[in-house]
Write a protein that binds this ligand. Sequence first.
Ligand code: SF4
Length: 491
Amino acid sequence: MGDTPAADNALTDRLLRSWLRCRRKAWLDRHGNPAERRWTAHRNLLLDDQQRCFVALLPRKPGHGIAACAAGAEAVVGLRLKGLGPSGEPLEAHPPLLRRVKGQSRWGDFAYQPVLARQGRRTTREHQLPLALMALLLEQHQQGDVPSMLVLGGGGRRLEQERLHLSSGLRRQLSEGLRKLRSDLERPVPPPLAADRRKCSLCSWRVACNAVAAEEGHLSEVSGIGAKRREMLLELGIRGLSDLAAADPLQLAEQLQRFGDQHAEVAASLVAQARAQRDGRVERLDASAALPELQDCPGVMLYDIESDPDARHDFLHGFLVLPRTKSGNWDLASLAYHPILALAEHGEARCWLRLQRLLNRYRGWPILHYGETESLALRRMAERQGAAEAEVLQLRQRLVDVHARVRHHWRLPLASYGLKAVAVWQGFQWSQAGVDGARALLWWRQWQGEGPDRRGTRHGLRWIFDYNRDDCLATWAVADWLLEQDQASGS
Ligand code: SF4
């Protein structure tokens, strides 16, 4: 026990968690080049959530280390457990918190249970198995049963508690998981890329893996192919982007028919997308103007929301107002940014009032946003706040989803039609390197601090506004490209 790093061959709770997320990640965590690792806000968000949960659970500060266990402290942190697994393999775990419960241990008439805070709404194997590993080692250390394990949820906003037991079923799953983890770690080369590559956006190895995917022409690199569709294509012998680009669309549609009409229907567009990416080709799909709403308007509002998905809270509604000059050009020198924060203590009614005032000041101007989040959030808020039907209808008519227009009018040589990918392809650069929604959320949580009287640094707020403003500018970069294409073709 102590704070020494894990033995070279020990299987740890963190490796197990990585493995449950993606087999390749566990391999890279152990054998990968650390210089290829990128910082991600995800882990800090997790630690922040965990801290809030622990503060909400515990009346007092926890004790530290083995001495606190021997003294029977109510809660203990900073313990590294070492021991042996079901097959005699060395194991290590670092439980974030131990809580005293009824039972028997070598320290007296009490025992400890490991406690874990989860992100998200459900407890999954990613929580259960690392927790079971902690419980297994804790049994050995306290020389007594671990009566139960505890999962906390709710990020400290509303504390949720779920008790689990180290059942024989869970022990079996743990033992099986450890066996497979060990065998994956012994491989000379990393396991394949994750089947569902959406999870890669949160992973510290994403840059290295994206490069491998691009080099291999991995099917997940083709826009429109997720884990399920990739499986189907693999079954049909289509192993990568170049196979798909070379496929006959009609024949592929027939082959995909057996998986359902919806898959057969997209065969032609999948092949066309793969060809566009292979050849770096931009293709117009609809000759009509992509943004007809912008032809005669006096200006536009660019709109982007920042959200805390776990709290289901849109904490920032950011607008960039872009007027036109008298001669009809876009007056970029007069761009004005209007951030509207939605603070819980002010209530939604106040936020809606401020939004209404801003939207009415530019009555009739189109509101451009990228993806459906913004239009759904704004319309739902209007409805909740009892806006008149005519007002909601007007709002609906003003909202223009630039992402939908790109998809409808253009086929681009890009693996993703997300804002980042399309705007960067247009040459747009975010002013703060490496920032994403997760980082903005972390800044938000840090600024929120302990509540209205104990806020964190205002710098965090400034950085969130800069990031949000850049997202609005990126939306404009894409819209501007659409307008230029319309002009060039006389649409
Ligand atoms: S980036 Fe994706 S494929 Fe690579 S290790 Fe992470 S989750 Fe796995």
